[in-house]
Each structure stands twice: as structure tokens, then as C-alpha cells.
Design a protein around this ligand. Structure first.
Ligand code: NDP
Length: 483
């Protein structure tokens, strides 16, 4: 039988904790999926008691959860698990209270919802203050570094105190139902699986569109940009799951092995090819949902008159292996786009010979939507029912709505799945060290190529789908973006 688990959340008073972590834990509580003996330590710098911490947390959770927020009884049941421990993470002498709280006969699951600069000091201080004496795991949030060198430094710092089997690196996209369903769709349906290669697929698009701007984080974001903030992790992970070979099993090691092969097979975008394969953009003043919004350089907190940081990027990528030879992957992500959307679109090839006439060329596509409305939609071509028209074709969606046939009336948040897996010691939806470092290697080269070739950001109006050049990137291949 597995030992009882203690969850220790560093950064418990932060935004991520209130918006995602505690609501997810609460939903698990509501579904009776937390073991009765699981304890939660909320750890943050502010010196206060549990009685001060909990009302503030409850208020924040209520504002994020709306009608789904806990009622009195649920809140009482949930919070009986809680302790609050005040620690300045940078001060080893302040870990004594935490050491007293820990119980080495139980599994300690440390969750670092803190700035990444604190990962290494926290590990070191946990070790020197004897807080790692029992069976321990850690969960860390992105970003793991901002380039290959710094990601190696972060990973080395973690590896000094924890073995790889105890490190759970979160990419919350992997916890989404649709992403897990992608594995089922690919590897449990023979007809999909047998058509999943360059003989049947023309190209693949992955879009992550955000309507928000940089949300008061100008100085942070200006050092990072959309490529490092979104492509290195989320888009790369989605691409790996779409492109990887069938793993031998659902074991973490097996899935990671296949994913990392894809990152390694990504064709490097060098100085010669960068202008043809990458479009960078930055939003200017515009309109979103009927409201005027400022451009990137007019955002609150903007510190410079000009900036070459991209808030939009489109990339034409190639996976150089047998399965995907000749199939481009078009990736794009941006802020201040007209829709909040995350989707993967598989565009199948036209038929070798069309017996239905010119007007009937409706491409088959498979849309895998992560948001909004998680689901999978297969556009099929079918005959229009009609006596007047002899053979008129039209596209029909075969829609797989996850809520149908489910015993839940809502789609669980990614963090619910990820918490359960971390508690149960299942790493398959967490990111391995090699994947992260290989993907930084690819990104670093792309950044260097952009710099050498002077691929500058192009302006786009907030509320548009990015710079016109991004349309050209795909249209010159006689294709178009899905939305
Ligand atoms: P916040 O700034 O809102 O919260 C930081 C937390 O860390 C607070 O609880 C703060 O405690 C604590 N903290 C900071 N420094 C110290 C210290 N020296 N000693 C003790 N406690 C300290 O950050 P977020 O919650 O937004 O983000 C946390 C991490 O998660 C970051 O790495 C971020 O990149 C990542 N992330 C965040 C997402 C989000 O939606 N917010 C999404 C994905 C990743 P106190 O208030 O007591 O000072």
C-alpha cells in the first residue's frame, strides 16, 4: 500500500495557487478523490496564521470559481487538511517550522509555485535543513530556464537533490482531457492510426491564440517573448504528441522516449531558411471584443520606446523522419488575437482522383480542440440528401463532445489530473529533462538565426490574426490557416 501523502505548496499565497492549484485540489475533494489522510501545508513568506490565510484564499477562489465555489460544509471539510507555514524561502534558518511539520514516514510532495529563481535555493535549503529525509517528490512550474544553458542549470540544481523519477515538471496542457484523448484517438482507433502519416496527411496546423495582452507583466515578458513563453513548452508538447510513434506502453519512460525523438528530428531552422520559415509580430493598438486596447508599446509598465520582443510568432516546421517527410507543421501563437483558441488541425490530402467533379473538392480534416469547448471534430464529406441534385457533396462534422457519455457535468481542469497523477506517482503527463533541453536547443538556434538575419517583429493590430506576412507564410504553399 502506498504511504500517505503530504502536499507542501510553496508560493501558496500567489496567483497560480489561488487561480489553479487550490481550486483543482478542492474539486478533487468534492469528488472524494483525495485520500482522507492527505495533509496540505500552504507555505509562503508572509508571517500569519492559518486563520488569516484561509479567508483571503477563500475570497480569491470564489472570484475565480464563481458558482462552483465551495459552500460552508465543503470548505470546512477541505480546509481541515490545511496548515499554514511561514518561510522566507531564501533563508535556511526559516525552514525549522516546516521541518517540524513534515513526517518522514509519509511521502512529501513539494510543489514549487514560486518564481523559478527560487527553485535551486529552496532545494538546497530543504536539503541542509533535513527536510528531505523521507520519500520526497517535487513538482515544478514552467519556465525551466530561458535558453538551453539556463535550463541545464535549473535541471542540474534539481538533480543535485532529486532523481529524475521524483521530478514532476508541469506543462499544464498535458493535463487537458483532449490531450489525453489524442493518445486514445491515435492509438486505440485503427482507422485513424493507419492514416496518420505522409501518405494521407497534407499538413498539420497548431494554433494557440490568446485574447489577452501581457497583463501587467511587461518587464518580465519583454525578456521572454511568445517563442520562449509558449512555443518552447506548450506548442512543442502538442507537436510531439501528434507526431510521435506509438509508445510501447503508457509508462512515462516510454512516452518520453517517443516524444524526445520528435524534438530531435525537428529540422533546425538556420540562417538560410529562417526568413522563409518564421514570421514574428508585435501587436499595435486595436480592438478586441468591441473595446479599444493599447498596443504592446503603449501597455502599462512599458519601459522602452521600442522593443523587438515578439508577441506573435508563426513557424513552418519539419519533422525529418520517415513518417512525416514532406508534411509541414505550421505553428502559430500570439497575444491579442481575436479568439482564445487552442487547436490542432490535421489536414488530409486531396484524393488522388476526384470522380465527383470540380465543385466537390472539400478537404477532410480533423480538428482537435483544447479550448474553447474541448472536443474532437472530424469533417467528413457526405452526399447532400436531395432529389433535385443528383450528386451534391457537402462537409459534415462528426463531433465528439467529451461531456456526452461522461459521468461529469464539466470537463475537469488540467491541474486536477496532474495533481492526482503526482500524488499517485505517475509521471506520464509530466515533461522529462531531455525533452526540455532538446527543445531549448532547437529554440536557441531559431533565435540565433532570427538575430543573424535580422528577422524583425512586424506590427499587427490587436484583434487581428497577426501580421499579413503570416498569411503569406502558409499561402505561398497554397494552403490557408484554419481560422
Ligand atoms: P506570484 O508572484 O503571484 O506568487 C509568488 C508566491 O511565491 C507568493 O506566494 C509569494 O509569497 C511566494 N514567494 C516569493 N518569493 C518568496 C520568498 N523569498 N520566500 C517565500 N515566499 C516567496 O506568482 P505566480 O503564482 O503567478 O507564479 C508562480 C510560478 O508559477 C512562477 O514560476 C510562474 O512563472 C509560474 N506560472 C504561473 C502561472 C499563473 O497563471 N500565475 C501559470 C503558469 C506558470 P508572499 O506573497 O508571502 O510573498
Amino acid at each position: 500500500m502506498m504511504a500517505a501523502v503530504d502536499l507542501i505548496i510553496f508560493g501558496a499565497s500567489g496567483d497560480l495557487s489561488a487561480r489553479k492549484l487550490f481550486p483543482a485540489l478542492f474539486q478533487l475533494e468534492r469528488l472524494s478523490l483525495l485520500e482522507a489522510d492527505l495533509r496540505i501545508a500552504a507555505v509562503a513568506r508572509t508571517e500569519q496564521g492559518l486563520d488569516d490565510f484561509l479567508p483571503v484564499l477563500r475570497e480569491k477562489m470564489a472570484s475565480y470559481m464563481g458558482d462552483d465555489a465551495p459552500d460552508e460544509d465543503e470548505w470546512a471539510r477541505f480546509t481541515q487538511r490545511f496548515s499554514y507555514v511561514s518561510v522566507n524561502f531564501a533563508e535556511p534558518k526559516e525552514y525549522a517550522g516546516l521541518r517540524d511539520w513534515l513526517d518522514d514516514s509519509r511521502i512529501s510532495l513539494f510543489y514549487f509555485a514560486t518564481p523559478p529563481s527560487l527553485f535551486a535555493p529552496i532545494c538546497e535549503h530543504l536539503s541542509t535543513t533535513n527536510c528531505l529525509a523521507g520519500d520526497c517528490r517535487i513538482v515544478v512550474e514552467k519556465p525551466i530556464g530561458e535558453n538551453l544553458t539556463s535550463s541545464i542549470q535549473v535541471n542540474e540544481a534539481l538533480a543535485r537533490y532529486f532523481n529524475e523519477q521524483s521530478i514532476y515538471r508541469i506543462d499544464h496542457y498535458l493535463g487537458k482531457e483532449t490531450v489525453q484523448n489524442l493518445l486514445v484517438l491515435r492509438f486505440a482507433n485503427r482507422f485513424i492510426n493507419s492514416q496518420w502519416d505522409n501518405t494521407c496527411i497534407d499538413h498539420i496546423q497548431i494554433t494557440v491564440g490568446e485574447m489577452v495582452g501581457i497583463e501587467g507583466r511587461w518587464s518580465y515578458y519583454d525578456n521572454v517573448g511568445q517563442l520562449r513563453d509558449m512555443v518552447q513548452n506548450h506548442l512543442m508538447q502538442l507537436m510531439c504528441l501528434v507526431a510521435m510513434e506509438p509508445p510501447n506502453s503508457l509508462e512515462a519512460e516510454s512516452i518520453r522516449d517517443e516524444k524526445v525523438k520528435i524534438v530531435r528530428a525537428l529540422r533546425r531552422i538556420d540562417e538560410r531558411s529562417v526568413a522563409e520559415h518564421v514570421v514574428r509580430g508585435q501587436y499595435a493598438d486595436g480592438w478586441i471584443a468591441g473595446a479599444a486596447v493599447p498596443g504592446y508599446l503603449n501597455e502599462e509598465g512599458c519601459e522602452h520606446e521600442s522593443s523587438d520582443t515578439e508577441t506573435y510568432i508563426a513557424i513552418k516546421a519539419h519533422v525529418d523522419n520517415w513518417r512525416w517527410s514532406g508534411v509541414p507543421f505550421y505553428l502559430r501563437t500570439g497575444k491579442r488575437l481575436p479568439e482564445k483558441v487552442t487547436e490542432i488541425v490535421i489536414h488530409y490530402k486531396d484524393l488522388p482522383h476526384n470522380i465527383f467533379g470540380d465543385g466537390a473538392n472539400i478537404p477532410n480534416k480533423l480538428v482537435i480542440r483544447l479550448q474553447p469547448n474541448e472536443g474532437i471534430e472530424l469533417s467528413m464529406v457526405s452526399k447532400k440528401q436531395s432529389l433535385k441534385e443528383r450528386m451534391s457533396l457537402q462537409g459534415y462534422p462528426l463531433d465528439l463532445d467529451f461531456r456526452e457519455g461522461s459521468d461529469m457535468d464539466r470537463i475537469p481542469d488540467a491541474y486536477e489530473r496532474l495533481f492526482l497523477d503526482a500524488i499517485n506517482g505517475d509521471q506520464s503527463l509530466f515533461v522529462g529533462r531531455e525533452e526540455i533541453e532538446e527543445s531549448w536547443r532547437w529554440i536557441d538556434q531559431l533565435v540565433a538565426s532570427c538575430q543573424k538575419q535580422g528577422v524583425k517583429v512586424r506590427p499587427y493590430h490587436a484583434g487581428s490574426w497577426g501580421p499579413a506576412k503570416a498569411e503569406i507564410l502558409i499561402e505561398k504553399d497554397f494552403r490557408s490557416w484554419h481560422v
